[in-house]
Design a protein around this ligand. Structure first.
Ligand code: KIV
Ligand code: ZN
Length: 385
């Protein structure tokens, strides 16, 4: 395959860590609020799924956030339990009081953030970042540092702040594409350039404002990023974050890169998060959408019934999904016959032609023919009550 030729020219890692931020950035989805009890349910599921880090929230934000973080930590999960904190003393203390294993601390670095939000110059920002990382490390906790809006920050400053936090003891540097302005080529270049100046693992956090979060995360991995931030169902601020299910399957199935995710649990986890947050997935959502493994066109259905790989890039069971053959105006005779076989319905050729015409007529009226519709039509054709 062409991808294999491309892979040989890249320095792609063997394994990528998944940092899940469903309970933090995902909860920042407009209109979504998750109670501490619901956070615990989701955290347990994320742990079963195999994510490496669960960012459980922003402990400084509320008592509920701290309570949820403490309770999740008390579950003794395999995943590291992480709290978000600005580089402020009160935020860092709130995270430490929540007893998390890991603190993700951040400060804005771009000219826009410096001028309009923080009213600080580069030097002040760098000092605060270094102090925060040192404070976290003095408490024996894993420290990840994010330069918020990294992708709109001058590269010189980005290099300085990331090398300074590395010297201060940071374990991971994270590169947030806070407003999703990157394209794969620029992300690949940026991570490659950062790899020249830091030796600790590089992580990326991509937003989906232009629908490129997954592609940009993959490009970062192509350049050597070892960790990807993602959310279940791509939840998050505005257009959301990198979708965990999409990036994991693309890493594993397309590049052959390992993660610790048990992929068979992806659909169930997506459904749980969708139920709790009330954010429904569009039917055509990759990997977990209702139609992700549904086939309607006669040519496709024929292909899939002969050999599933003709029109499926991966087996639905691999992600906990099931294949569906959908009836409509594009349906071919073979698909209808296969459904009748599944139901154990037998009919002669004339009866089948009548049934086939009826399915097509309904399709032409813009209707989808459900399994129940097909069974009812078949019974009418066979003259059964
Ligand atoms: O998008 C972003 O920049 C963030 C930071 C807190 C890392 O979510
Ligand atoms: Zn974010």
């Amino acid at each position: 395959m062409y991808i294999d030729k491309v892979k040989q020219e890249m320095k792609i890692p063997e394994k990528v860590r998944i940092f899940d931020t469903t309970l933090r950035d995902g909860e920042q989805t407009p209109g979504v609020a998750i109670t501490p009890e619901e956070k615990i349910r989701i955290a347990k599921r994320l742990d079963n799924l195999g994510v490496d880090v669960i960012e459980v929230g922003f402990p400084a934000a509320s008592l509920g956030e701290r309570k949820a973080a403490q309770e999740i930590k008390g579950l003794g999960l395999n995943a590291k339990v992480c709290g978000l904190a600005r580089v402020l003393q009160e935020d860092l203390d709130a995270a430490l009081d929540s007893d998390v294993d890991y603190i993700h601390t951040f400060i804005g670095t771009s000219p826009l953030h410096r001028e309009y939000k923080l009213h600080m110059d580069q030097e002040e920002i760098l000092t605060k970042a270094v102090d925060a990382v040192e404070y976290i490390k003095d408490h024996g906790i894993i420290a990840e540092f994010s330069a918020e809006d990294a992708t709109r920050t001058e590269f010189e400053f980005l290099k300085n702040i990331y090398t300074a936090v590395e010297d201060a003891g940071a374990d991971v540097i994270n590169v947030p594409d806070t407003v999703g302005v990157m394209v794969p080529a620029s992300m690949r270049q940026l991570v490659g350039d950062l790899k020249e100046v830091v030796s600790i693992p590089i992580s990326v956090h991509c937003h989906d404002d232009f629908g490129l979060a997954v592609a940009n995360s993959l490009a970062a991995v192509e350049a050597g990023a070892l960790q990807v931030h993602a959310t279940i169902n791509g939840l998050g601020e505005r257009a959301g974050n990198t979708s965990l299910e999409e990036v994991v399957m693309a890493l594993m199935a397309t590049y052959g890169i390992k993660t610790n995710i048990t992929t068979e649990l992806l659909v169930g986890t997506s459904e749980l998060v969708s139920r709790i947050t009330g954010v429904k997935m569009p039917p055509n959502k990759a990997i977990v959408g209702e139609n992700a493994f549904a086939h309607e066109a006669g040519i496709h259905v024929h292909g899939v019934l002969q050999k599933a790989e003709t029109y499926e890039p991966l087996k639905p069971e691999m992600v906990g999904h099931t294949r569906r053959i959908v009836m409509g105006k594009h349906t071919g005779a073979r698909a209808i016959k296969s459904k009748l076989d599944d139901y154990g319905i037998e009919m002669n050729e004339d009866q089948f032609c009548t049934l086939y015409d009826q399915v097509k007529k309904l399709g032409d009226k813009g209707k989808m023919v459900t399994d129940a519709d097909l069974q009812a039509l078949a019974e009418t054709v066979l003259g059964k009550p």
